[in-house]
Ligand binder design. Structure first.
Ligand SMILES: C[S@@+](CC[C@H](N)C(=O)[O-])C[C@H]1O[C@@H](n2cnc3c(N)ncnc32)[C@H](O)[C@@H]1O
Length: 192
């Protein structure tokens, strides 16, 4: 496994830039996510940072829905918690701290309807392990939207990550078009 230095992980200062409202011009969360989310769903946001997508996910999932947000940095989760409280959706969001070896999702086996991994896989030293953890948490037939920024991730690196996702068990089911991004829709097959 490749080792990862702390500098490979998005710094907390950059986390503030990622929640800037101007980002909506290129990445409108509702527009990106609403095709996949229905009220009452259980959702997973992998590497949520300060919750740019997590909070719209909680709104789209409604009062009966849940979002599991799992990040490796405690500071990101704490800021996400405060933002969710101020926006009245904290009760719909569960925060989990990942560690170097696991997303720590053992309580969520086969419970997730839809997952998002936006700008996080390239920060992990072991993409296949990350995809396996997500896969185990997905319901059969559930889908994962996997997105990487073109500024940080080459086409080749993205395709290598897709291979890792397929080794973990996912099936490539689409290539949604997303501005300044590589993206893929991956599905957990229902026939195991
Ligand atoms: C570039 S930020 C993206 C944040 C958010 N997805 C967005 O698009 O606004 C990447 C986030 O992934 C988190 N992260 C990096 N490696 C991780 C891992 N192995 N497990 C969970 N979170 C991780 C970082 O702490 C950071 O919050």
């Amino acid at each position: 496994m490749a080792s990862r230095s702390k500098s490979d992980v998005c710094p907390v200062t950059a986390g503030y830039l990622l929640i800037c409202p101007v980002r909506r011009i290129i990445h409108d969360p509702e527009k990106i996510l609403s095709p996949y989310i229905k009220e009452g769903m259980t959702l997973l946001d992998v590497g949520p940072g300060m919750g740019y997508f997590t909070i719209p996910m909680a709104r789209l999932a409604g009062e009966r829905g849940r979002v599991i947000a799992v990040d490796i940095q405690k500071e990101m989760l704490e800021k996400l918690r405060m933002r969710a409280l101020h926006r009245g959706v904290a009760e719909r969001i569960e925060l989990i701290q990942a560690d170097e070896n696991s997303l720590n999702l053992s309580n969520y086996r086969e419970r997730i309807d839809f997952a998002l991994a936006f700008a996080v896989v390239h920060e992990s030293p072991d993409a296949e392990r990350l995809f396996r953890d997500i896969y185990s948490a997905m319901k059969k037939g559930g889908s994962l939207l996997f997105v990487e920024p073109i500024g940080h991730v080459s086409r080749k690196k993205f395709e290598d990550s897709l291979k890792a996702a397929e080794i973990a068990g996912f099936i490539l089911s689409g290539r949604p078009s997303l501005f300044l991004s590589h993206s893929a829709l991956l599905t957990r097959s229902g026939d195991e």
